[in-house]
Design a protein around this ligand. Structure first.
Ligand SMILES: [Zn+2]
Ligand SMILES: [Zn+2]
Length: 393
C-alpha cells in the first residue's frame, strides 16, 4: 500500500522566550495541497519578520519547488505566505503565542481570517484588541466583513470541529499554572487530517499533573492512548526548563523530569488500552478471574510508546551566554536521556526553527520522513526515515 501523507508543517518559531525572534509559531497545511491554497497558523508568537529572515537564509523552506503537479512554483515572500493564512489556532493568549497576530493584524492581506481558541483564550485576546493596547481589529460577528479577524470559539466537548478544509480539531483544556486570578488554562489540540484520519497532538504550555490542583493532562493521554501509534504518532509538547528546576519555579511549565512523568502516564494508558482490548477479545473464554490493573511495572511500560515521535517545543532561551551550548539543546538532550532510560520506546527531537516537517504514514507500519531545513544553511536535509511496526504487549 502506498504511504499516505497527512501534513506539512513549517516551524517559524519554537522557543519559549525571551528571544522574541523565536516564539511559538507553526504553519500547517494538508500535504496534498499547495501553500497558496491556504494555511492554518498554529500559534502566532513570531511571524512575518522572523519568517522573512528565515526565507533569506533558505528561500525554499516551504519546498514550493516540489508541488503536487511537479511544477516549479514561485518562491513566496513572508507577506505572501501570511496572506495565504485562512485561520489562526491559539492554545492560549499569552503574548509569546499571539504577538505576531496582534502586531500584523492591521496589515494582513488575503481573505478574512478566523481566530480559533477556547472562549477564555479569545476573551483574553479581546483585552488586547480593545482600542487601548491595540486597535480593535477583531470581531465576533460574521457580518463584520470589513474586520479582518473573526473570533471563532472552540468548545471542548470531545468532538472534532472542521476548522480548515480537510483539517479538524479536538480541543482539550489543560493547566498552565495559576496566578492572582486563580487557575490559568491552556489547550491541547488533536489535529486530524480528515482524508486519512491521521492526527497529531499539539500541546500549549502545560503544568505537570503531579503538581496541579486538578490534574487535566491525564484527560489528553486517555484520549490519545487508543490511537497510538497507528492513528497518532507525533506529539508536540513543551519542555520549557532544564532539569533540576524547583517545582515552585515552574510557572506552569515542564522540566525533562516532569515530561518523563507525563509520558509514563501516557504509556500506562496505552498499555491499559491494549490489555482491555485483549480482555475483550478473550471474553468468551471460560471463567477467568478478571485482572485489576491499577499499577503497571516498568517492564510493562517498556516500548509502550514505540513509534511515537516527541517534538520538544517552547524551551526557554539563556540570553546570558552562560553556556556554549544553547539551552534548548541541553533541555532536549536531558529529555531524550530520560525517555531512553525509562524505555518507553518513543523518540525525542527538537522542533527546530526553520525546519519543515512532513508526516508520512504507511498502513500497518508508520513511515515518517522528516525533512529538516537547517536553520542557517541552504540545504534541505532529510535526517530521519523511520519505520514503526505495530508492537504487541
Ligand atoms: Zn503561556
Ligand atoms: Zn508560552
Amino acid at each position: 500500500m502506498h504511504p499516505s501523507h497527512s501534513f506539512d508543517l513549517v516551524v517559524v518559531g519554537a522557543g519559549g522566550g525571551p528571544d522574541e525572534t523565536n516564539l511559538s509559531a507553526y504553519l500547517l497545511k494538508p500535504h496534498d495541497t499547495n501553500w497558496d491554497d491556504g494555511i492554518l497558523a498554529l500559534e502566532a508568537g513570531s511571524g512575518q519578520g522572523t519568517l522573512a529572515r528565515l526565507l533569506r537564509s533558505d528561500p525554499d523552506i516551504f519546498q514550493t519547488s516540489n508541488t503536487k503537479n511537479g511544477a516549479i512554483s514561485k518562491v513566496h515572500s513572508a507577506s505572501d505566505i501570511y496572506s495565504f493564512v485562512r485561520c489562526f489556532l491559539l492554545t492560549h493568549a499569552h503574548l509569546d503565542h499571539i504577538n505576531s497576530l496582534v502586531v500584523s493584524a492591521g496589515s494582513l492581506r488575503g481573505p478574512r481570517k478566523r481566530v480559533y481558541g477556547l472562549k477564555q483564550t479569545l476573551e483574553d485576546l479581546e483585552l488586547v484588541f480593545s482600542d487601548r493596547i491595540w486597535p480593535n481589529l477583531a470581531s465576533w460577528k460574521e457580518e463584520d466583513d470589513d474586520v479582518k479577524l473573526l473570533y471563532s470559539t472552540l468548545i471542548p466537548d470531545g468532538r472534532y470541529k472542521l476548522v480548515f478544509p480537510d483539517i479538524s480539531v479536538q480541543s482539550v483544556p489543560i493547566n498552565h499554572g495559576h496566578n492572582t486570578l486563580g487557575q490559568y488554562s491552556s489547550t491541547a489540540f488533536f489535529i486530524r487530517h480528515e482524508p486519512t484520519l491521521h492526527e497529531f497532538l499539539f500541546f500549549g504550555d502545560v503544568e505537570p499533573d503531579s503538581i496541579a490542583v486538578k490534574p487535566q493532562t491525564i484527560n489528553v493521554w486517555r484520549l490519545a492512548a487508543p490511537k497510538i501509534p497507528e492513528k497518532l504518532s507525533t506529539i508536540f509538547i513543551e519542555c520549557s526548563w532544564p532539569s533540576g528546576r524547583k517545582d515552585e519555579l515552574l510557572f506552569g511549565h515542564l522540566t525533562p523530569e516532569h515530561l518523563g512523568q507525563e509520558l509514563a502516564a501516557l504509556a500506562a494508558e496505552v498499555v491499559k488500552c491494549k490489555l482491555a482490548t485483549q480482555q475483550n477479545g478473550s471474553r468468551r473464554r471460560p471463567a477467568r478471574k478478571k485482572q485489576r490493573r491499577n499499577t503497571l511495572t516498568a517492564g510493562e511500560l517498556k516500548d509502550a510508546l514505540f513509534g511515537v515521535r516527541i517534538f520538544i517545543i517552547h524551551c526557554k532561551d539563556d540570553m546570558n551566554g552562560d553556556s556554549d551550548q544553547p539551552l534548548r539543546e541541553i533541555i532536549v538532550e536531558q529529555a531524550r536521556r530520560i525517555v531512553e532510560e525509562r524505555g518507553f520506546g518513543a523518540k525525542v527531537f527538537a522542533a527546530e526553527q526553520g525546519s519543515h516537517i512532513s508526516m508520512i504514514h504507511c498502513s500497518s507500519s508508520i513511515l515518517f520522513f522528516l525533512h529538516f531545513l537547517e536553520g542557517w544553511g541552504m540545504k534541505n536535509i532529510a535526517i530521519y526515515s523511520f519505520e514503526c511496526t505495530f508492537m504487541s504487549t
